[in-house]
Design a protein around this ligand. Structure first.
Ligand SMILES: Cc1ncc(COP(=O)(O)O)c(C=O)c1O
Length: 383
């Protein structure tokens, strides 16, 4: 299928090509100086003490849980309206999840009240997910977390460069986890970053990301060490120099690309305001203190429109769409494990949501193609 308008597209150019060639010519491919530079620039931009690059955000979330000592017998509160990695990361540790509902159809992030309702004596942490790069209600969530002695982990997969009240998303909680998957705002194909201000978490993550070894191949190449000990049961969750080099170039484009995404989101809100679609986070570019990364553009269909018919109609016009997300608690694996869970707002949004194309290189003609295809798609009502 060749789409006239894809859901997402890379902003890659000769700079990315050159960055990869430079790594190849250096003849050092595994985690080394380029990764260290990527980490230090990422940390400096976010104003956070430690940034540790890893293979992807899923392992960042896993490491976050492990570094906080989460394991069998513990519970972690998570949203169900997220990618399955958010809750899988908890289950990898042997802990259990408790799903909390979102605020509603206008604000698709986890509800602070629902977090509080889900707390049990076993609860150790809450993972929040900044849907589309729109911030969760962090002040309220942190107040609840500190009152109950819970850690806060931010799934910031959608949110590089986004902030709330002058503080970058990912730096509010104990740990923030970013994804550099190919459709993300900062893209390296696969990749992730874990950020924290806490030295002991950073130290633990540094060990666990590379087999619990006390030195890296890079350290030995530098002549800093000739052997190593293994002090933890660790993993190979490393990134490599090619991806870090791509990350450094993409980091330079992040601000301008997020600004471009903001403009397209504003154009969508304007163009669709008189349609029958509901527009979550509408006009949040005007909301005081909020600076989203505008990762995706979600819309909610009215009751009388069948989602499959709507998506098929856009497909026939060459427009790719997606769904964010099929709720985690309704996947077979999770339903078997956690039966009878009801999350009315999550279920409503998940069954009416469609994600429209949004990417920084989107041209005016592509935007028009989407906007013009929508009235026709909406007119195809259930027979
Ligand atoms: C909300 C969310 N969390 C976690 C992940 C996992 O990221 P990764 O693919 O880098 O492991 C994703 C990626 O799609 C995501 O969207």
């Amino acid at each position: 299928m060749v789409w006239r308008v894809p859901l997402a597209d890379l902003d890659y150019g000769p700079e990315e090509n050159q960055a990869v060639l430079d790594v190849l010519n250096s003849r050092w491919l595994t985690m080394g100086a380029v990764t260290q530079e990527f980490e230090s620039q990422f940390a400096a931009i976010l104003g956070v003490k430690h940034a540790l690059a890893v293979s992807n955000a899923t392992v960042a979330l896993h490491l976050a849980c492990l570094a906080l000592g989460i394991g069998p017998g513990d519970e972690v509160i998570v949203p169900s309206l997220s990618f399955v990695a958010t809750s899988n990361a908890v289950l990898y540790t042997g802990a259990q999840v408790r799903f909390a509902d979102i605020l509603g159809s206008e604000e698709l992030t986890i509800s602070p009240q629902e977090i509080e309702r889900s707390i049990t004596p076993r609860t150790r942490a809450v993972i929040v997910m900044h849907y589309g790069g729109y911030p969760c209600r962090m002040a309220e969530i942190q107040e609840i977390a500190s009152r109950h002695g819970l850690a806060v982990i931010e799934d910031a997969a959608h949110s590089p460069g986004a902030s709330l009240d002058g503080r970058f998303l990912g730096t509010w909680g104990e740990v923030g986890c970013f994804s550099f998957f190919s459709n993300k705002n900062l893209s390296t194909g696969e990749g992730g970053m874990l950020v924290t201000n806490r030295d002991e978490i950073a130290e633990k993550v540094r060990l666990l990301r590379s087999h619990g070894m006390t030195s890296l191949t890079w350290d030995r190449y530098q002549g800093h060490a000739y052997s190593y000990d293994v002090v933890e049961l660790g993993y190979n969750y490393r990134i490599d120099e090619i991806r870090s080099a791509l990350g450094l170039v993409q980091l330079r484009k992040l601000n301008s690309n997020n600004t471009r995404r903001r403009k397209i989101s504003e154009d969508y809100w304007k163009a669709l305001q008189s349609s029958s679609l509901s527009l979550p986070f509408k006009d949040w570019s005007e909301k005081p203190g909020v600076s989203s990364s505008y990762h995706i553009f979600p819309v909610l269909l009215p009751e009388e429109v069948d989602r499959k018919t709507f998506i098929d109609s856009l497909r026939d016009a060459g427009v790719q769409t997606s769904i964010h997300y099929p709720p985690i608690h309704l996947f077979s694996y999770y339903r078997n494990r956690y039966p009878n869970i009801q999350l009315p707002h999550t279920e409503y949004v998940a069954s009416h949501e469609v994600t429209l194309p949004l990417y920084p290189t989107m041209e005016a003609s592509a935007f028009e193609t989407v906007v013009q295809a929508i009235p026709h798609a909406l007119s195809k009502q259930i027979a």
